[in-house]
Design a protein around this ligand. Structure first.
Ligand SMILES: Nc1nc2c(ncn2[C@@H]2O[C@H](COP(=O)(O)OP(=O)(O)OP(=O)(O)O)[C@@H](O)[C@H]2O)c(=O)[nH]1
Ligand SMILES: [Mg+2]
Length: 289
């Protein structure tokens, strides 16, 4: 397909046209997740730039290279059917933050609100219960993991990332699609191979449009359009099966509750096994001497 055909396919995509109709789903929700500063917000800006074909704008707030800029989950509609969510990035996937990430990914929490990292199992449960007040059953969730080639992946980082991707797959029933940013600023082939070895089937790579690099070319447009085409083909495929939105939401909720509970148990065991911390003598200040 050339760029015009791709654009036409993407902008006219509707869940109503799927083999079995929309089955209760009316929106494709692309859920971006990943570590701080890997280019999630910039990816949204790039998507809007190419799909909406206006001037380059910073719709989604982008930060400095260390990240930590996005603290709210904000939705950005891209077409009548596709909306993308800029989830809050986290520094390392510690257990409670991971529970929160899964609650976000599973679309179990309200959108367009500040993300406060939970401090324990109870706070995750409370948030999930409150999330039921305005529960959403009509979003078809697609997990998108954004990762920077520039940051690279060490062998030590592989198990944590693999675990995260495996759980995202179990939670959503979809293989997370990996978007590699900063594609020309590191070992692209090496990073791709690491993700393939982790079982990732769909990997896209691009150099995001940024305020200082916003020149549109056919090749760059094609990268973004090809990404959406791949995503929507996967959605069409999954929508050809029999679906049950309320049941699928209930399954996602069960997954997050079990995950958070297991994390809580693990923490308790670790606390029992850990040797007691003997406080170091306080350094003497001038006054004490
Ligand atoms: N050259 C280049 N710069 C990029 C790319 N993607 C993001 N950047 C820059 O990297 C920095 C961080 O990008 P963000 O889009 O804010 O990253 P994020 O994942 O949203 O970060 P948090 O919201 O803080 O977690 C910004 O200065 C971007 O301009 C890319 O593909 N190439
Ligand atoms: Mg951001």
């Amino acid at each position: 397909m050339d760029t015009d055909q791709l654009r036409e396919y993407i902008t006219s995509f509707s869940l109503d046209k799927c083999a079995q109709g929309n089955q209760g789903y009316n929106r494709v929700l692309l859920q971006l997740f990943g570590y701080l500063g890997h280019g999630k917000s910039s990816f949204i800006n790039s998507c809007k730039y190419v799909l909406n074909e206006g001037e380059f704008k910073r719709y989604s707030d982008t930060g400095h290279s260390d990240g930590g800029k996005t603290t709210r989950r904000i939705t950005y509609p891209l077409t009548d059917t596709i909306t993308v969510v800029d989830n809050r990035g986290c520094a390392t996937m510690n257990s409670y933050e991971t529970g929160e990430i899964f609650a976000q990914l599973g679309n179990l929490l309200p959108l367009d609100q500040e993300v406060v990292w939970p401090t324990g199992y109870q706070s995750i449960v409370h948030r999930l219960v409150e999330g039921d007040i305005d529960a959403n059953y009509s979003d078809f969730v697609v997990p998108i993991f954004v990762y920077s080639v520039k940051k690279g992946i060490t062998e030590e980082e592989v198990p944590e990332i693999k675990n995260l991707l495996d759980n995202a797959r179990k939670l959503t029933g979809l293989d997370p699609i990996v978007v590699l940013t900063f594609k020309s600023q590191g070992d692209l082939t090496g990073v791709q191979a690491k993700f393939r070895n982790m079982g990732t089937e769909r990997i896209f790579q691009l150099e995001n449009f940024t305020p200082s690099d916003r020149l549109r070319t056919r090749a760059r447009d094609q990268e973004i359009l090809t990404f959406f085409h791949g995503v929507l083909k996967d959605v069409e495929y999954r929508m050809s099966e029999k679906r049950d939105p309320p049941r699928e939401r209930a399954e996602r909720k069960k997954f997050v509750l079990v995950f958070a509970h297991e994390m809580e148990q693990e923490k308790k065991i670790q606390a029992l096994v850990k040797p007691p911390v003997i406080p170091k003598p306080r350094p003497r200040t001038c006054k004490q001497q």
